[in-house]
Design a protein around this ligand. Structure first.
Ligand SMILES: Nc1ncnc2c1ncn2[C@@H]1O[C@H](COP(=O)(O)OP(=O)(O)O)[C@@H](O)[C@H]1O
Ligand SMILES: [Mg+2]
Length: 241
């Protein structure tokens, strides 16, 4: 197994507000890394740093052997980093297919003709093929989540970054997302998945890391991470969402 992503002592701040004060970890190709931590722990900020929406003030991010620390989001997307947003923002007046095509062409820097096959494949993978011509605004919440994942997949990523895709779903629907992620994993894609639902994280990830105030509390096998005293302390009294 090889390392596909290496984060080396990154420091991330919004202006003067320091959010991540030095964070290091690695992700192995083909694995699912789960990221947990209380609200405000810096999980989305980490995602933003990986994707290039915020540039670390120190440290390095090495993706597939390439230093991407200061690279633009477009270039990273082109190299194979695909992400979903915590708050899905589909174009409601566009169809499922058109939504995926926007990301796959404009987002990934491909012509529409080149992007089309990736789009159809992505839509099939998430189980929305029957609804490819339905307007995004008419989808159920679960299908909007599927669409969000398809939009990221349409860019043909090597690493898929999921930011709380299960939020707001019923238990049964969360299981559907979990099944989808398990299916995607069989294709060899690497996944970094931020989620609050502990059961899902323990069942779905190969490695689980817990952040607290921007720092790494624990990185390890999922059960090991959940059994860690510091992690339990952080979660004590914190309701699962
Ligand atoms: N654009 C921003 N500017 C300033 N502070 C921000 C910004 N985005 C997030 N923060 C702050 O950074 C901290 C971490 O936020 P975030 O990464 O969203 O946490 P999480 O995703 O773990 O809930 C929070 O204290 C939040 O208020
Ligand atoms: Mg967040």
């Amino acid at each position: 197994m090889s390392t596909i992503l290496k984060v080396e002592d990154i420091h991330v701040a919004y202006g003067r507000i320091k959010i991540i004060p030095g964070l290091s970890f690695e992700v192995q190709e083909g694995q699912v890394l789960g990221v947990i931590g209380p609200n405000g722990a810096g999980k989305t900020t980490l995602m933003n740093a990986l994707i290039g929406l915020v540039i670390p003030t120190q440290g390095k991010i090495i993706f597939d052997g390439v230093d991407i620390t200061k690279m633009s989001p477009e270039k990273r997307c082109h190299l194979g980093l695909g992400r979903t947003y915590q708050i899905p923002r589909p174009f409601e007046g566009m169809t499922v297919f058109e939504n995926v095509l926007v990301g796959a062409s404009y987002g990934a820097g491909r012509t529409e003709a080149k992007a089309r096959p990736y789009c159809l494949e992505a839509i099939k993978k998430v189980g929305l093929y029957e609804k490819k011509d339905v307007l995004a605004g008419q989808l159920t919440l679960l299908d909007r989540k599927r669409l969000e994942i398809a939009r990221a997949l349409g860019t043909n990523p090597k690493i898929l970054l999921l930011d709380e895709v299960a939020a707001g779903l019923t238990e049964a629907e969360v299981q559907d997302v979990q099944d989808l992620v398990a299916e995607l994993k069989t294709t060899g894609i690497t996944i970094i998945w931020i989620e609050h639902v502990i059961k899902t994280m323990v069942e779905s990830t190969d490695k689980l890391m817990c952040l607290s105030t921007g720092s790494l509390l624990k990185y390890g096998d999922p059960i090991e991470t959940m059994n860690c005293a510091e992690v339990q302390e952080v979660y004590l009294g914190v309701d699962e969402e």
